[in-house]
Design a protein around this ligand. Structure first.
Ligand SMILES: Nc1ncnc2c1ncn2[C@@H]1O[C@H](COP(=O)(O)OP(=O)(O)OP(=O)(O)O)[C@@H](O)[C@H]1O
Ligand SMILES: N[C@@H](CCO)C(=O)O
Length: 316
């Protein structure tokens, strides 16, 4: 744990405690900002946990229903336990977790980060910590980012808005994030394919080293991206040009890369969303119609961004 002190070693979460949280989806990278830039999207998972009974009961509805494990290996439950461990608390014997998933899995909309954030947030809320407190939010972001292995999606789901995250100088798991308001004209449009691609598979396609000239080129575009997203969307075309990861992963999502190429040829700044295969177009007002004119009859959503990150809906 890096940003909150343990409560009471060996203590357990109080019987009868209950909390319900909402957590937004996210898009990561936005082109060159690999593993560092994220943006929250207006699609929300919601989950409730209550300390009751004498065993673990997990229910999953929506995306994930019939697919995710309904036991101790459920990602949100594992994240909850990680939070309690970091806080010096033992897991209660009985717990009911109900998860309603609105974020499609393995498409590039940060479903795993949202599930991790959900679990850590529920764990801290059941422990009586206030999710509106900055230190607690940082704790949630740190633990969820550590579970993910990178902070871009989790930080956006925790804080909302656009996040720029970096590894601190301390131990592994020490992440920091600056939170930026996206330009009001920015309209994210996502083309969401039916096929899935796990982040693990997409990461396995990446090189372990890149030449200095490539890194330098990508640095310039990433710095420009932070400016274009917040102050000057007119620069989004050069700002979304990536040199680190998308080409290396092209064989894993050829149709998505073909669409990114076609949208960019049409003057629409487009990138792969997260580890793909969803395509993200960062439009400035022309929105869905311009994307549909290029993409054709495919599933397109315009969920908007959100300035709100994870929050408690109710607790007792
Ligand atoms: N609500 C959830 N409940 C339980 N497990 C989940 C949930 N959401 C995601 N997961 C787990 O995470 C996996 C998907 O994670 P993965 O990192 O591959 O994709 P993603 O997070 O949707 O996309 P990306 O990281 O590219 O944005 C699922 O197969 C499942 O194992
Ligand atoms: N930065 C991550 C986002 C997906 O989790 C990647 O591209 O692998």
């Amino acid at each position: 744990m890096t940003s909150a002190e343990p409560l009471r070693d060996g203590a357990v979460v109080a019987a009868g405690a209950r909390a319900r949280v909402r957590v937004p989806a996210s898009t990561a990278n936005l082109g060159p900002g690999f593993d560092s830039i994220g943006m929250a999207l207006g699609v929300w998972d919601e989950a409730e946990a209550s300390v009751e009974g004498d065993s673990l009961v997990v229910e999953a509805t929506g995306f994930g229903e019939g697919e995710v494990p309904l036991d101790e290996s459920h990602l949100a439950y594992r994240a909850m336990v990680a939070a309690w461990q970091a806080l010096g608390l033992d897991a209660p014997q009985g717990l009911r977790l109900s998860y309603r998933g609105a974020i499609p899995h393995s498409r590039g909309m940060g479903s795993s980060a949202s599930a991790s954030v959900t679990g850590v947030a529920l764990g801290t809320a059941l422990a009586g910590l206030d999710l509106a407190d900055d230190t607690v939010l940082r704790f949630v972001s740190d633990i969820a980012s550590s579970i993910e292995g990178h902070p871009d999606n989790a930080s956006a789901s925790v804080y909302g808005n656009v996040t720029v995250s970096w590894a601190g100088d301390g131990d592994a798991g020490d992440w920091r994030s600056a939170v930026l308001a996206p330009h009001p004209h920015l309209v994210p449009v996502l083309v969401v394919p039916q096929r899935r691609l796990s982040t693990a598979t997409a990461r396995a396609a990446l090189p372990t080293a890149v030449p200095l000239a490539v890194a330098a080129r990508n640095s310039g575009r990433t710095a420009l991206l932070a400016h274009a997203l917040t102050a000057d969307p007119g620069l989004l075309m050069p700002a979304t040009q990536d040199y680190l990861h998308q080409e290396a992963r092209r064989p894993a999502y050829p149709e998505s890369m073909a669409l990114v190429d076609a949208l960019r040829d049409a003057g629409i700044p487009a990138v792969i969303s997260g580890a793909g295969p969803t395509v993200l177009a960062l439009t400035s007002g022309q929105g869905e119609e311009a994307v549909r004119a290029v993409a054709g009859d495919v599933e397109i959503i315009s969920p908007g961004t959100t300035s709100r990150g994870v929050h408690v809906v109710s607790s007792s």
